[in-house]
Design a protein around this ligand. Structure first.
Ligand code: GLU
Length: 490
């Protein structure tokens, strides 16, 4: 089975394309002799970005997707970059022209636009009117002498084009709605619908798996295959099978885009998603394992994902689920690996991380709650933000205003001074306050948390206190007592 991923290098690899790459790769890896081909479709000079090609390689490699043939590693069907294959397209275009399947068209954009408008006004389909199909050689020569450069159009036959799509099922298109489309532009460069056929044909692609935004292009491509098959022989030209994957929508059901969040592989990496988790999530879209399990290794995904079982309805991207899956993969890391993974995110904050041992303790204290790397910052903020009681909001003030809070905090301050600085030691003091004052539950813990961290919630309170250290905690309690309750203590 030979499949291919054929991105246009116009920007970052977004989740939709990454999913297409993953599904192609999975199909190729199902069998020993399966081949996954990477082809760069860079015929659109205006939109190409040489950096983007590099970015695509990096994103695929990061996801753990390797390719068997491609522009960087070559292969038996070199070139794998369309911009390097122009002479090949020229050759096939000439073949189509010589055999009456393509013809030169000298119409200018303005002329075409005018006639299109007229057609629409008269209620006719706005397709090309074949004005140039019947030009004589002399007429063509004249136009050339006027400086007009022709494009090459494909002659669309009458009837319908049918194919069985592995995801969409039976698909039929009436060719009366299809214009004689351009295959070579006036500068000789090929258009997508032509180049893609020539490449899939010469690279012996068996199954084309791509986004369903290309479904409407497929009849045009099949028409080119048909023509080639008539010229070269049916045994030489095999039309590949097609599988058009539905789009990914954002949670609001509009096309998934930047405004929904991090939607490119690069951004996901920057935010601290693990490649295995993103791979796992993207390959689960529109499909589920018969066992109902969702954390699936690459090996299992290769075994279980079947292209024809993918839903033909659009998939809605669920960031909460991606986060959950990522968290599950983060849990598999050892403490050391986890620390190494989140460290760069902390470095970006500019916080003082010089007491590495202490910071590592903080990280391990919160690690279970972290669902992607960048989130570590939110979790550790409590340890690094300034202790500024002017930031007490109404909710926190309400806690400090409970009748018993003042007693709890004053007692805690006094008892902590000679507490043994261990979990048991600090805990024993809290228990003493409980017993002596008959205060328990949230009335005991919340005031202490607010007074020491200026937060209502957070990780294990005693652990947090221990990490801050005795001096810092006493200093904080003293500030609260003095400035909030107006109590002087020594
Ligand atoms: N270059 C096309 C794209 O990025 C590929 C379409 C195809 O796979 O045929 O959308």
């Amino acid at each position: 089975m030979r499949v291919r991923f054929a991105p246009s290098p116009t920007g970052d690899l977004h989740f939709g394309n990454a999913r297409t790459a993953i599904l192609n790769w999975i199909v190729a890896r199902k069998t020993e002799d399966g081949k996954f081909i990477l082809r760069i479709e860079d015929t659109d000079k205006d939109r190409n970005d040489p950096e983007a090609e590099k970015g695509i390689y990096e994103a695929l490699k990061w996801l753990g997707i390797d390719w068997d043939e491609g522009p960087d590693i070559g292969g038996p069907f070199h070139p794998y970059r369309q911009s390097e294959s122009f002479d090949i397209y020229q050759k096939y275009a000439s073949l189509l022209k010589e055999n009456g399947f393509a013809y030169e068209c000298f119409c200018t954009e303005e002329e075409l636009e005018k006639r299109k408008k007229k057609a629409l006004e008269e209620g006719r389909p706005p397709i090309y009117d074949r004005k140039c199909l019947y030009l004589s050689e002399e007429e063509k020569q004249k136009l050339r002498e006027q400086g007009r450069k022709p494009v090459l159009r494909f002659f669309v036959r009458e009837g319908e084009v049918r194919f069985n799509d592995k995801i969409k099922g039976d698909v039929v298109f009436e060719t009366k709605n299809i214009s004689d489309f351009i295959i070579l532009r006036s500068d000789g460069s090929p258009t997508y619908n032509f180049a893609v056929v020539i490449d899939d044909f010469r690279m012996k692609i068996d199954l084309v798996i791509r986004g369903d935004d290309h479904l409407a292009n497929t009849p045009k491509q099949i028409l080119v295959y048909e023509a080639l098959s008539k010229i070269l022989g049916e045994d030489k030209v095999k039309i590949p099978e097609f599988a058009h994957i539905p789009m990914i929508l954002g949670p609001d059901r509009s096309k998934l885009s930047k405004r929904h969040g991090a939607v490119s592989v690069k951004r996901a990496k920057e935010k601290g998603y693990l490649p295995e988790a993103l791979f796992n999530y993207l390959s689960l879209l529109g499909w589920s394992s018969p066992t109902g399990e969702e954390i699936l290794s690459k090996e299992r995904l290769i075994k279980e994902v079947e292209i024809d079982r993918i839903s033909s309805a659009a998939a809605v991207f669920d960031f909460t689920k991606l986060n959950w899956i990522n968290q599950e993969y983060l849990k598999k890391l050892s403490d050391r690996e986890f620390i190494e993974f989140v460290w760069p995110f902390l470095e970006k904050t500019g916080w003082d991380l010089s007491d590495r041992k202490k910071v590592e303790k903080m990280i391990l204290l919160v690690r279970d709650g972290v669902s992607f790397g960048e989130e570590i910052v939110k979790y550790l903020e409590v340890f690094f933000k300034e202790f500024d009681i002017t930031q007490l909001n109404d909710k926190l003030k309400e806690v400090l205003d409970w009748e018993s809070s003042k007693i709890v905090i004053e007692e805690f301050y006094k008892k902590l001074k000679d507490a043994e600085w261990t979990k048991e030691g600090v805990f024993a003091k809290i228990k003493e306050i409980q017993k002596e004052n008959k205060i328990k539950g949230k009335f005991l813990y919340m005031p202490i948390r607010v007074a020491t961290t200026l937060e209502e919630h957070g990780p294990d309170l005693v652990e947090v206190i221990l990490i801050f250290g005795k001096d810092e905690i006493l200093k904080r309690l003293k500030i609260i007592l003095k400035e909030y309750y107006k109590i002087e203590v020594d």
